[in-house]
Design a protein around this ligand. Sequence first.
Ligand SMILES: [Zn+2]
Length: 197
Amino acid sequence: MHSNNILDHFRFSGALLEGHFILSSGLHSANYLQCALALQLPTDANRFGQAIAEKLASIIDTDSINTIASPAIGGLVIGYAVAAALDKRFIWTERQNGEMTVRRGFAVRPSERIAVVEDVITTGSSTRECIAALESSGAKVVAAASIVDRSNGAADVGVPRVSLVTLDVPSFAPESCPMCARGEEAIKPGSRTVASR
Ligand SMILES: [Zn+2]
């Protein structure tokens, strides 16, 4: 999949908004990503899953992977789609009292080889936490992947990683935000205003 096609699909599905947004971090940005909107149709999720499976195959021997794992909730749909494309087991990690853990009775075998799949990598922290939770159970995480890399390639998750599209999306403290300086109103994504568009 060409990255332009991916971005077109993101815009078309409302997953990539352009304007003036207040991120959950409190920073302001001219773009907002809500990957879940791009994955509503299984055929779309499957296309992205297949594309990530092919990208993973360019950096590791995917036959040697036992399992795909994702950090909940953002990684669940795309992680499942990648696992389906590669015909692998799919499990996830989730936060309990703020700490990323392997729950729900998922058993991770010692030296089980796992690739971690996320929807968006921004700083890489949720992928790193997912990897740490799996490796504390004895697994060997061999690669990571995401649909979007918002870090413009900078995020280091400690294992080789791939993404389908790379974005360099600057964010600003409100006091140094150029859009605020132009007097443009900032919108909190997920509010009724944006959701009804
Ligand atoms: Zn602003």
